[in-house]
Design a protein around this ligand. Sequence first.
Ligand SMILES: CC(C)(COP(=O)(O)OP(=O)(O)OC[C@H]1O[C@@H](n2cnc3c(N)ncnc32)[C@H](O)[C@@H]1OP(=O)(O)O)[C@@H](O)C(=O)NCCC(=O)NCCS
Length: 167
Amino acid sequence: MEKEDLPLFAEWFSTPEVTGEYNPLHQMSKAGAEKMLENPHERKPFIIQKKDGSKIGFVTHFCVLHPAGKLLEIGYSLVPNERGKGYCTEAVEIMLDYLFLSRDTMRIQACTDTRNHASQKVLEKAGFKKEGTMRKYLFIRGQLRDSIVYSILREEWKEPKILTETI
Ligand SMILES: CC(C)(COP(=O)(O)OP(=O)(O)OC[C@H]1O[C@@H](n2cnc3c(N)ncnc32)[C@H](O)[C@@H]1OP(=O)(O)O)[C@@H](O)C(=O)NCCC(=O)NCCS
């Protein structure tokens, strides 16, 4: 994500139609997005861009527990009219290649609401394994909801699917 994308990212992150019905409501200002980019321990967003240049969503990675622990988690959202075309699966596969090639991490995880079947499909197609259910994990639209935790280990990723090297 470039600085010029900050307003778009802040807008998407604050728009329930983009973050979807299975995520808590968020609000992010452009200043908040700028701070996030500058802080090395914060969420790192990448814009998902089609070959024609249009920007259709984002995939982020962030540290779980402590940055020194090298345990990473990812999250993602697409604008509604670009869903169901395989873009998110491809973006997640690229993100896995990028993180395993560029970081010394053994494990990447993702959490998704038990009702979010599209997200579960994305993770399974990208090679994640289901680990279990975290009960009443997120407060979503007035209720505490269960989430499923998925993970992929370095030895399960084996080799890059799309990216071959990182700068
Ligand atoms: C989750 C999300 C990112 C998926 O993006 P996407 O680009 O549509 O995903 P893909 O097209 O790569 O794959 C989606 C898969 O889920 C399937 N799917 C979609 N809706 C589904 C549903 N309601 N039930 C079951 N499967 C569903 C699709 O058929 C597809 O599988 P297929 O390739 O075998 O046909 C998108 O729906 C989204 O942005 N949702 C709102 C934000 C969100 O929930 N983010 C995840 C938080 S954990």
